[in-house]
Design a protein around this ligand. Structure first.
Ligand code: PLP
Ligand code: COI
Length: 369
């Protein structure tokens, strides 16, 4: 196993501020209702990698288009990985991040799976802090708002042979965001895909690589055609076990108060998922990480054994699942969206912690600016 956290040498950031940043008035207008992933800040973080030289030229500079040769390896073989996490504004003018060390570790694991050089963990976290420091004023202060950070890295070598690239570009861009779903925290409707799968054992399901999302789009489009906000993927071998959604993990709340969530293996190891498991266990709630089938889901919804179902992830936070549509008809989770339910309680505890307004018994909140 390669060293997932190599030493960082000679990678102090140079900061070159934007010559003509967006005015305070324009920014305020953009922050009023940013949506998700449409508005971007003034700056970006960039680090180059060259084989033999390692990571070099770490910098914060004006956000600008990337000039690419048409033969850049990423455009052909999709050697690309990314991360997603949020920065929150604190009332004292600072900013927090939630478990950025975990994103750093996952980024390094994704890099390893895609045969890319790992970025040292502290350099990853430093790149976020440096960017937040210059673009702090872009963090929305409206309820539910945050600054979504998108670190990513891609193969930039100009070469058409099929082998790992010798050059990479690592970048972080930042986007002020509101709710991921248009309806806010209201229960969403999901489509269970029978035709498409997301990941097979030995594949890239555990890695956060762009290719996984490209492969999910046809299923997501099918979900949209059926009036659903998200797609639910089943396992590739038996088309029976619930895995995860296109961009979120999933939890089932049973009538005895226990939680069930699919085990790791082919799903993305979500940091929200991991956090909720620890938070629930701390409250004395039993969490079972075990396979759960679509037939069981339907049966448990009908019998009332299943109380609530929710999706979770950085972008979606915790979103209740209300209606499940399949090729064989739909079923409804009446308890999802209940203001007294476990979903709502976990959502509030998590978001209060992330925003620095609630207790942080695990020491997960990282002060970034
Ligand atoms: N599953 C998929 C496929 C995702 O894209 C995401 C989002 O990042 C998640 C799960 C949840 O991961 P996290 O909680 O780390 O954001
Ligand atoms: C995230 O929650 O960060 C995701 O990556 C989900 C989606 C926006 C791709």
């Amino acid at each position: 196993m390669p060293d997932l956290n190599p030493a960082r040498d000679g990678t102090a950031f140079t900061v070159r501020p934007h010559a003509s940043p967006v005015s305070a008035e324009q920014r305020a207008e953009l922050l009023r209702d940013p949506g998700f992933g449409r508005v971007f800040t003034d700056h970006m973080a960039v680090i180059d990698y060259t084989e033999g030289r390692g990571w070099h030229d770490a910098r914060i500079e004006a956000r600008a288009p990337v000039l690419m040769d048409p033969a850049s390896a990423v455009l052909h073989y999709a050697q690309e990985i990314f991360e997603g996490l949020k920065a929150y504004a604190t009332p004292d003018g600072g900013a927090t991040l939630f478990r950025p060390d975990q994103n750093a570790l996952r980024f390094a694991r994704s890099a390893e799976r895609l045969a890319m050089p790992p970025l040292p963990n502290d350099l990853f976290v430093d790149s976020l802090q440096q960017l937040i420091r210059v673009d702090r004023d872009w963090i929305p202060t409206v309820a539910g708002g945050s600054l979504y950070l998108r670190p990513f890295m891609f193969a930039s070598e100009v070469f058409l042979g099929v082998r790992p690239s010798k050059q990479y570009l690592y970048m972080v861009i930042a986007s002020p965001v509101g709710s991921y779903f248009k309806g806010g925290a209201k229960p969403v409707t999901v489509w269970v895909s029978q035709d498409y799968t997301r990941a097979a054992p030995g594949g890239t399901g555990e890695a956060k690589c762009g290719g996984n999302y490209a492969a999910s789009l046809a299923a997501q489009a099918e979900a949209s055609r059926h009036g659903c906000e998200q797609v639910v993927f089943l396992d590739a071998a038996e088309r029976r076990w619930v895995e995860e959604l296109g961009g979120m993990n999933i939890f089932f709340v049973m009538d005895d108060g226990t939680l069930v969530t699919p085990p790791l293996g082919t799903i993305l190891p979500g940091i929200t998922r991991d956090s909720l498991i620890a938070m629930a266990q701390r409250e004395g709630i039993t969490v079972r990480q075990e396979p759960y089938s679509i037939d069981q889901w339907r049966a448990d919804a009908a019998s009332g054994r299943l109380r609530e179902v929710f999706a979770c992830g950085t972008a979606a936070v915790i979103t209740p699942i209300g209606t499940v549509r399949t090729t064989e008809g739909e079923f409804i989770m009446p308890g999802s969206g209940a203001t007294q339910g476990i979903t709502e309680r976990l959502r509030r505890t998590l978001t209060d912690m992330q925003r620095g307004s609630g207790p942080d018994p695990f020491g997960w909140v990282h002060h970034a600016a």
